[in-house]
Structure formats: structure tokens, C-alpha cells
Design a protein around this ligand. Structure first.
Ligand code: ZN
Length: 387
């Protein structure tokens, strides 16, 4: 035991020395919505091969409270991770005084970095929204979409067309984006084939997550809404609209595509935020099978990002969660190791919990993420590293 511990320390020291003392030029910030220790455990216990978490040279903890509650919601949790300020539950991108905060994404832009957002939910959801929006209610999705068009994010891939078109104000935000020089894609194939360095992929919800398949159609109109003429024409040009063969394909592929495009002509590097959003939903539903499957998908995306970091050592990858969901655990007797049914998770709530969440760090500057942090400290550490 002692020998193996010494060996482990030696290996950890080598891993740390390979990541230390280097200023990151690129940052990838991966947020697992609702991903607490129960979710992480479900992956570690159900995977035979090495997970991306086990490849982390540095591990820390994050306390996820909001400004007014031990238990944060996603808007306040995202705001702390994005801006470094704890705000009130319900608030997104603004402080407890309702004033606009400046996110690490906006600061990275000010440093001349390209920026990207990849999510497996709507682009106007709370977690991505925390990086560019400022509202006192996450429900203001029309306003959040408007703020997205003003964000200057170079590459964005997600869902949620209904906030962009057929709006109460009759403004077609896909046209606004096109007029601002973006290529706008409503089909995954267009995203895959794109060589554009400034595009927004607004896909069908059924494309970005298997859980949504039953709720949407495969017609040209995502979310059941009508699309702008330019986007319709572009979609019509795509003959083969075959979707993903495997449910685990979207997030890792979207990450890889975003990295490919962000890496081009980026003398000052880039900042990419990625959200794996649906872990939270399975926690709310107390769905053990769904959460385990989701964590396997998360691991695929994580490994794609680690692969990028390994080949681009000037990149920092920080992985954490906005909060824990479900009070998820692996309870006694719920899962004998030889149980043919496999692992079963237990839940103690249908809501979020206030337990700490893990932080995993890889690449340049990773060593700064060892320790116990408040959620609001993480963007400040990133900022100091890339200044
Ligand atoms: Zn939630």
C-alpha cells in the first residue's frame, strides 16, 4: 500500500510538473449542470475503462451557495461561475442590486480572445446566459436571445430557435445575426461542414439531446416554429438530414467543431464555455438510469476536450458544476456489485442540494484549482491566469 501511494505521489508530481508554470492562452470551461458527487460516482463505478475525471491532475471542491440561499438555482449558480459574483436565486448575469455584471467570457473578449458557447440545451438557458446576458428572471428568454445577438460570441452551438423567431416583437433575430456577419445554421450537417469562424448553430432540441426526441418533429422548423427565409433555403439545400447514430455523439462532436473553428486565426487564443445541461434534469426526475447514461455522454465530451488540451498544452480546462441536483447518492444495499441490473442511484430530493461539487483541472495553470473554493472564486482565478 505504502509503495503504491509513493508511486501515485510520484506520478501526480510528474503530471503536475507538466502542467505547471505555464500561462494558458486558451480556456475551456466545462460545466455539468447539477453534477454533484453522486453523478460523478455513477460514472466512476459504472465504467470499466478510465474516465476523463481520473485523468485530471488537479482536483478541488466548490461551494455552490447563492447570495441569498445555501441552495442555488441555475441562474445564480451560473452567474457565480461566469462573473465571480454571487447573486440572488432567479437573477442571471446581474448582481443582487440588479446591475449588470461582467463575465469571464466578456473579459476574455476584451483581451482579444475569440469566444465560443456549446450547450446541449437552448442557447438562452441559464448557464450559457450567465456568460452574456443580464436579466432578473431566467424566463425572459426573448430578452436573453436579444442579448445573445449583442454578445459578439464567435461560435455558438445549441438549441432554442423559438426565442429567436416568431417573437412577440416580430423581430427575426436570425436575420439580425446574419446582418452582423454570422452564418446561421439550423441543421447539424451545416454545422459539421462549416468552415466559418463566426457562426451560430441553432439546432432542434431533438438534435442536441436524446431526451427531447419524443417532443419534437424532424421538420425544418425547430421547436415547431417557422424559420426565417434564409435559414429555410439553407436547410432545403441539405438533402441528408440524418441525425446522430448514437445518443452520445452531439456534445463531443459539437465541442470538437467549436475548438476547430476557434483555433483558427486566434493569435490571442480563445475562451470556450461548454454546458452539459441535462444531468440536472435527470436529478430532478430522480432518474437513476438516465443520469448514469448522461454521465457517460458527459465523459465522451470531457475526453474530447482533454484530447485537445493534450495536443495544445497552452490550454486550461476547468470542469465543475453549478450545483448538485437530486441529493444523488449510491445508498447502502441499493447496488450489490454483482447485481445484474447494475448500479442504482438513490435520491433525497427532487430539487437542487447545497452540497459541494467537484472541480477538475487540466493543462496550463491547472494547479491553481487544487483546494476548496467558493463558486464565485473560479472565474477570478481564470482571469488572473489569462491576463
Ligand atoms: Zn435544476
Amino acid at each position: 500500500m505504502k509503495t503504491s501511494r509513493i508511486l501515485f505521489s510520484f506520478v501526480a508530481a510528474i503530471l503536475l510538473s507538466s502542467c505547471c508554470n505555464q500561462k494558458p492562452q486558451n480556456v475551456i470551461y466545462l460545466i455539468g449542470d447539477g453534477m454533484g458527487f453522486g453523478a460523478v460516482s455513477s460514472l466512476l463505478l459504472s465504467m470499466d475503462e478510465q474516465t476523463g475525471f481520473e485523468m485530471a491532475p488537479v482536483i478541488g471542491l466548490s461551494e455552490t451557495c447563492s447570495a441569498n440561499n445555501y441552495v442555488t438555482d441555475s441562474p445564480a449558480g451560473g452567474t457565480a461561475l461566469a462573473t465571480g459574483t454571487r447573486t440572488c436565486n432567479g437573477f442571471l448575469g446581474v448582481g443582487p442590486d440588479s446591475l449588470q455584471l461582467v463575465s469571464i467570457l466578456k473579459k476574455a473578449q476584451a483581451m482579444g480572445k475569440k469566444t465560443g458557447i456549446v450547450v446541449n440545451t437552448t442557447l438562452t438557458e441559464a448557464t450559457p446566459g450567465a456568460f452574456y446576458a443580464g436579466v432578473t428572471s431566467r424566463k425572459e428568454s426573448y430578452k436573453i436571445a436579444e442579448q445573445f445577438t449583442e454578445s459578439n460570441v464567435d461560435i455558438a452551438i445549441g438549441a432554442g430557435i423559438s426565442a429567436f423567431i416568431n417573437r412577440p416583437d416580430s423581430v427575426d433575430l436570425t436575420e439580425v445575426l446574419i446582418n452582423k456577419g454570422y452564418d446561421v445554421y439550423l441543421d447539424w450537417r451545416q454545422v459539421t461542414n462549416s468552415q466559418s469562424e463566426k457562426f451560430v448553430g441553432i439546432l432542434e432540441m431533438s438534435d442536441v439531446h436524446r431526451r427531447n426526441k419524443a417532443r419534437t418533429t424532424t421538420a425544418g422548423a425547430a421547436d415547431g416554429a417557422e424559420v426565417c427565409l434564409a435559414a429555410k433555403l439553407a436547410a432545403a439545400a441539405i438533402e441528408d438530414t440524418t441525425r446522430f447514430a448514437e445518443p452520445t455523439e452531439y456534445l463531443p462532436k459539437a465541442c470538437t467543431k467549436a475548438l476547430e473553428q476557434l483555433s483558427k486565426n486566434a493569435p490571442n487564443g480563445f475562451f470556450l464555455m461548454v454546458e452539459s445541461a441535462i444531468i440536472d434534469g435527470y436529478g430532478h426526475n430522480n432518474d437513476s438510469e438516465g443520469m448514469i447514461e448522461e454521465m457517460h455522454e458527459f465523459d465522451q465530451a470531457l475526453k474530447a476536450l482533454i484530447q485537445y488540451v493534450n495536443t495544445h498544452p497552452n490550454t486550461l480546462l476547468v470542469v465543475t458544476a453549478d450545483h448538485e441536483t437530486g441529493g444523488t447518492s449510491v445508498a447502502y444495499k441499493s447496488h450489490p456489485v454483482n447485481d445484474p441490473q447494475g448500479l442504482h442511484l438513490s435520491f433525497s430530493t427532487k430539487g437542487h442540494s447545497g452540497t459541494v461539487v467537484p472541480v477538475f483541472a487540466y493543462g496550463a495553470g491547472a494547479e491553481h484549482f487544487a483546494g476548496i473554493f467558493q463558486n464565485r472564486e473560479l472565474p477570478g482565478i481564470i482571469e488572473q491566469l489569462i491576463k
